[in-house]
Write a protein that binds this ligand. Structure first.
Ligand code: ATP
Length: 358
């Protein structure tokens, strides 16, 4: 497996003077890898994908596919296919003709097209649907046809721009599993766009977290979720609370951090000095509301969201944190004074200077 199957080198792009949409991005993708670009709306995900597809030209930088600079090649000269959120099926053509379209354009023999269409219908589990028009299909079925149509061209890379965005949650989860299964079976490199952290974590070999035209962090789902490097990644992917503190004590990997007038223990591999200001990321589910907790807070609000009880706490220094839990004590009431704590291993120091680990 080559380490540099697809490479983005120093890509820059702006659509208006002084407004950089991509700020010198670099990425190396292995053959057969499932890589997800994850980020908020407008951060440059689609622009990156369009440049890889050849639908957009970068201002500078280059795109390499299997050691070849493809930056100047037309979209149809690269072995790259794209699946869009809105399916983009031809409405007047039936399913079979939609799937076989790319092969027909390339003047493949009829028998070959027929064989390929059959193979693709099996792959996306739509046998028997070949004569239907797109208007006679559900959203999930349309998206499967769009995927089959893209795969029928035997692309070396499949680009997927929020392909499940229009589907309801349940179908979306089923399709996530199907897509992942397909990708593993075919061994094709997938570059997938989403702004849904759960989808990215479920499907990807690696996630690229984008923020304002830059790559904040590139890593496995475990690295991104459990070891965020920046407060942006911690907040965007793990919904973490971000706290500012000062290192009060240091004993090897164990440090004590002052958060206002209170002190919390944190385990870290980061190189820190006593007196240094640090930024701490702490996920809501790691906040333990316990009577013997060494930290204090006042309950500001509580609500249920996404099956979890969330409690907004005001700390003595005025900072706010959100604790979240399944089955957390529902008796907690706004205005109540409570104690809380967290395990030293559960807090992560973020926004560190580069090369700062012990
Ligand atoms: P979303 O998740 O909303 O699709 P995105 O991360 O894919 O967002 P892009 O579509 O890459 O973001 O857009 C990045 C920025 O570039 C946005 O501010 C957008 O308005 C701008 N942009 C994209 N395409 C064009 C264009 N053709 N002309 C001008 N501005 C553009």
């Amino acid at each position: 497996m080559s380490d540099s199957f697809l490479e983005l080198k120093n890509l820059k792009k702006s659509f208006a003077p002084g407004e950089a949409v991509l700020q010198r991005i670099n990425l190396t993708i292995r053959q057969g890898e499932f890589v997800t670009l994850l980020g908020a709306s407008g951060c440059g995900k689609t622009t990156t994908l369009r440049i890889i597809a050849g639908l957009e030209q970068p201002d500078s930088g280059s795109v390499w596919l299997e050691g070849q600079d493809v930056t100047a090649l037309e979209p149809n000269q690269r072995d790259v296919n794209t699946v869009f959120q809105n399916y983009a099926l031809f409405p007047h053509m039936n399913v079979a003709d939609n799937i076989g379209y790319g092969l027909k354009i390339r003047k493949a023999p009829k028998a070959e097209i027929k064989k390929k269409v059959k193979e693709m219908l099996e792959l996306v589990q739509l046998e028997g649907y070949e004569k239907r028009k797109p208007s006679e299909l559900s959203g999930g079925q349309k998206q499967r046809v769009a995927i089959a149509r893209a795969l029928a061209n035997n692309p070396r890379v499949l680009l997927l721009d929020e392909p499940l965005g229009a589907l309801d949650l349940q179908l979306r989860r089923t399709m996530q599993l199907e897509l992942k299964r397909l990708q593993k079976k075919l061994g094709i490199t997938f570059i997938y766009i989403t702004h849904d952290q759960e989808e990215a974590i479920n499907m990807s070999d690696r996630i690229v977290v984008m923020n304002q035209g830059q790559f904040e962090q590139i890593g496995t789902p475990d690295e991104i979720y459990n070891h965020p490097k920046t407060s942006y990644v911690a907040a965007f992917v793990g919904n973490a609370n971000i706290l500012k503190g000062t290192v009060a004590e240091k004993n090897g990997h164990h440090i004590k951090v002052k958060l206002g007038d209170e002190v919390a223990s944190i385990d870290t591999e980061e190189k820190v000095n006593v007196g240094e200001n640090v930024t701490v990321a702490l996920r809501g589910e790691h906040i333990l509301l316990e009577e013997n907790g060494n930290l204090h807070a006042t309950v500001k609000e509580k609500n249920f969201a996404a099956g979890q009880l969330r409690v907004l706490l005001t700390l003595p220094n005025g900072d706010e944190v959100t604790a979240s839990r399944f089955g957390m004590n529902a008796d907690i009431q706004p205005g109540q004074q409570i104690c809380w704590r967290f395990e030293p291993k559960d807090a992560v120091l973020v926004d560190r200077p580069k090369g700062g680990t012990n």
